[in-house]
Design a protein around this ligand. Structure first.
Ligand code: NAG
Ligand code: NAG
Ligand code: NAG
Ligand code: NAG
Ligand code: NAG
Ligand code: CU
Length: 796
């Protein structure tokens, strides 16, 4: 907690001509003092563990701090997420129009109710006119999805409601009645209660099978039914839901065990709103089936003609210790693990400000947006007063599984359907885990389809981080210098069922902007059956993954993250240029610029690498290829740096996988964005996202996907959007149990001839010339201690 007692003497002013001996002496003295102090503290602290404070506390004061939040006004921003107040207002407008008839909790499929809502993207032309030319303020609108079970035929509708600042917002339908088939709707809890009722009867019939096979388990005491196994059909009008039996998670029934799925499954035929017409069929036990109904399966099981599985007795008692992610108390603490770990602090308060969702830090300026379905975004990102990005939004996450199991094969999820931020899955910043305790936390709102009320989440944290590494350094004969890397982070942890995704935007002092997303949480596992005829002879793997526990295997899948990146270099008239990294003969190289027949004599080798410059003329999807490497840049052809070069930014994907499924896969049309790493389109208001929310439930005929946007329009000196796709392949291994620890991917936007020289050389830095003519230091922290931090530590 005591921060750097040695730096008392340093100051932010340039210190010139310090005598070498004096300086060294002071340094040695300071080091000596620190070591002495630390030893003293260690001895003292070690001896008197109970004592929480030690004598230094009395001499030094608490670190200065300042609330970075200037105001919490979201509603005056063009981009800020909807507030709960605005959501209620939008909902009342729908009520006034009799589109919904009440705000009663959704309980019936024949009811009209609101599925979700988020800020309707404001029209860019109007926003730019407002931001740049002092044009009229742009109103805020809600985009609202309504499930209309009461309509005939029932359907899902999209509405635009606003302006929300007005007393009487207007409601505009964005879809035609019946355009989104009712059976293509997203899953909601109303439907699941009907499922439960339907399957209950089957569970009664199958009770003896389950007790014998699953360690005496009884439904619903010990078992639940998992229904979310991918889309409910290929065509919009189809709705069939595969279900699989699984154990409840831990002590109570709030947690589903997503790890121990059991080899008992069936299908619910569930189109329309009349659940009395629904039925279950296609039952499987240990992949044996299909059985028309539960009685048929039970009969086959009792007759003894089927292969059976019996989990070992007492297995259920072991589930908690297998998957509850608590510290393993049987393991000794590691050396020094009873001590607090290293930490960062803000010696003199935050260096950023937050006004509503507008953030400023070290010449960066941007606004944060967010919506419950598509997640986090940034808008109007500027560095040193110049716009770089108009919009950088998370758009979609796709997870496609492969497995050999009756219920869990061919699972495809588009997570926007479930909601990337909020919705019925809780998201809350875990202080000191997600972000340092000094981070600023912002709320976002979501509409709960279950309660028909808005909710508020602490979902975004903002802080300056100490990279504890050099951004640059050089140790030369005449000087030693460097700059400690510090950056501003906006981090948005989210939960989608079993997985947690952490989105992060990192703003650097040199003008680089990193966007990353990492995955952690539980894998969706599957039943391990050693006697499955498709299991190899060593009994450790199937064609779809490894065995990772007594009764679990980890099905392979990918995680693909799609982003909308609307780069605006200075303004929105931009061009996408490829820098083709080539290799070949000297003549080939020179011929790219001039007409030349003979190789000049000074080239020592006939072979060289060279650049082939290329302007992307038309909309196109690009894929990374190690054998044909290219730089992707976006430039403003009218804006030149001091050297006459077009100013731009480079798009650099971090380590990423590629789509391996072919066009033959039935979902590849709807998920066409996953085929590319970077697709460039001319920006259009009607092309907001990489997918439509309901397309995953009508994959045979999706209406809004990237391939439809790529219609070869000219893109030179136009307003461009780059759709970036990154991801990873996941072969679950035993280290994914109980939790997958952070796996990360993302991309970088890097200044590329944008500045005349490196942008960070306006920052105070460490610099010492050997002759002491030039000396610089960062502002030194006052010695202070952190605001007393709540003691959670139970091992101290
Ligand atoms: C309700 O709707 C009527 C028209 O149907 C309109 O005149 C009125 O302004 C609306 N009220 C609100 C609060 O939106
Ligand atoms: C199950 O299906 C069989 C035909 O396969 C039928 O004879 C039987 O009545 C069905 N049982 C129930 C409970 O529906
Ligand atoms: C943010 O949301 C939490 C609930 O998650 C609430 O307790 C808190 O008051 C909200 N903060 C603000 C500033 O609205
Ligand atoms: C962008 O700026 C350039 C000059 O820097 C100008 O020529 C061009 O017309 C501008 N385009 C737009 C769309 O504002
Ligand atoms: C160099 O390359 C040229 C053109 O490809 C070729 O004609 C020539 O033979 C090469 N010379 C050597 C030494 O390889
Ligand atoms: Cu995974």
């Amino acid at each position: 907690m005591v921060a750097d007692a040695t730096k008392k003497t340093a100051s932010s002013d340039r210190i010139k001509r310090i005598c070498c001996c004096q300086f060294l002496g002071a340094l040695i003295f300071a080091i000596g003092l620190t070591v002495g102090l630390l030893m003293g503290i260690f001895v003292y602290h070690g001896q008197k563990k109970e004592s929480q404070s030690f004598s230094l506390d009395r001499q030094i004061s608490q670190c200065h701090t300042r609330n970075p939040i200037i105001n919490s006004d979201y509603e005056s921003s063009v981009f800020a997420p909807l507030t709960t107040r605005e959501m209620v207002k939008a909902a009342f407008s729908l009520l006034n129009q009799s589109i919904i008839t009440s705000f009663d909790p959704a309980t019936d499929l024949t009811q009209n109710f609101i599925i979700c809502m988020y800020l309707h993207p404001p029209e860019k032309v109007k926003v730019l006119n407002y931001l740049d030319n002092g044009g009229p303020r742009v109103g805020r609108y809600a985009k609202v999805y309504v499930q209309r079970g009461a309509a005939s035929p029932p359907d899902v509708m999209e509405y635009k409601v606003g302006p929300l600042g007005s007393d009487t917002p207007t409601v505009t339908a964005l879809t035609q009645e019946g355009e989104i088939h009712f059976n293509a709707r997203s899953y909601d809890l109303v439907e699941l209660t009907h499922y439960d009722k339907l399957v209950e009867k089957d569970m009664d019939i199958l009770a003896p099978l389950m007790a014998e096979s699953f360690d005496g388990a009884v439904y619903p005491r010990d078992l639940y039914i998992f229904y979310f196994n991918g889309p409910p059909g290929v065509k919009a009008e189809e709705r069939e839901t595969r279900f699989v039996i699984a154990f409840w998670g831990f002590d109570d029934k709030n947690d589903m065990d997503l790890f121990h799925f059991l080899p008992l499954s069936g299908t619910i035929h569930c189109p329309g709103t009349d659940s009395s017409q629904w039925y279950t069929y296609s039952f499987y036990y240990l992949n044996q089936g299909p059985y028309r109904n539960a009685s048929d399966l039970m009969e086959g099981y009792s007759r003894g003609s089927m292969k059976k599985v019996k989990l070992f007795k007492g297995f259920r008692e072991t589930i908690k210790s297998r998957i509850f992610p608590t510290r393993d108390e049987r393991k000794p603490l590691r050396n020094f693990a009873h001590q607090p770990g290293s930490r960062s602090y803000q010696p003199d308060g935050p260096r950023y400000t937050v006004a509503g969702t507008k953030v400023r830090w070290m010449d960066w300026e941007f606004q944060i947006g967010a919506g419950q379905m598509r997640g986090a975004s940034l808008f109007d990102v500027r560095f040193k007063g110049e716009r770089i990005v108009y919009e950088l939004s998370s758009s979609e996450i796709v997870v496609t599984y492969a497995n050999d199991g009756s219920a869990q094969n061919g699972i495809i999820y588009t997570d926007s359907t479930y909601g990337l931020l909020g919705g019925d899955f809780p998201t809350l910043i875990l202080s000191d885990v997600d972000c340092p305790h000094y981070a600023t936390v912002l709320n976002t709102s979501y509409w709960s389809s279950t309660t028909q009320t808005p909710g508020e989440l602490q979902s975004i944290c903002i802080f300056e981080a100490d990279g504890q590494e050099p951004l640059w350094r050089h140790n030369a004969f005449s000087f030693a210098g460097g700059l400690r890397n510090r950056y501003l982070i906006v981090r948005v942890p989210t939960v989608v069922g079993n997985y947690d995704y952490v989105y992060e935007f990192r703003f650097q002092l040199d003008g680089k902007l990193f966007t990353t997303v990492s995955a952690t949480g539980y894998i969706q596992a599957a039943f391990w059956d050693a006697d499955n005829p498709h299991v190899g002879s060593d009994k450790t793997k199937t064609p779809f993954g490894y065995r990772i526990s007594d009764y679990a295997m980890g099905p392979i899948h990918d995680h693909t993250f799609g982003f909308k990146v609307d780069v605006d270099i200075i303004n929105s008239s931009n061009t996408f240029k490829l820098i083709n990294w080539k290799a070949g003969s000297i003549l080939e190289a020179l011929s790219t610029q001039v007409n030349i027949q003979e190789v000049p004599p000074y080239f020592v080798y006939n072979q060289t690498r060279f650049i082939k410059w290329e302007t992307l003329q038309r909309e196109k999807g690009l894929k990374l290829n190690y054998d044909d490497q290219k730089f992707w840049t976006i430039v403003n052809e009218k804006e030149k740096n001091k050297w006459g070069v077009e100013r731009g930014f480079q798009i650099v994907p971090l380590q990423t996988a590629a789509q391996t499924l072919t066009e033959a896969h039935p979902a590849m049309k709807a998920l066409s964005f996953t085929k590319y790493h970077c697709a460039v389109t001319k920006r259009k208001e009607e092309e907001q996202h990489l997918t439509l929310l309901h397309d995953i439930n009508r994959i045979s005929d999706p209406k809004g996907h990237l391939d439809l946007m790529l219609d070869k329009e000219g893109i030179v000196n136009e307003d461009l959007v780059t759709w970036l796709t990154v991801g990873f392949l996941h072969v679950p291994s035993s280290e994914d149990v109980p939790m997958t620890t952070k796996v990360q991917t993302g991309f970088l936007l890097k200044p590329f001839n944008f500045f005349d020289r490196t942008a960070s050389f306006d920052m105070p830095e460490y610099f010492e010339s050997r002759n002491h003519e030039n000396v610089d230091h960062e502002p030194a922290p006052e010695t202070c201690y952190e605001e007393k931090y709540k003691k959670f530590c139970k091992y101290c």
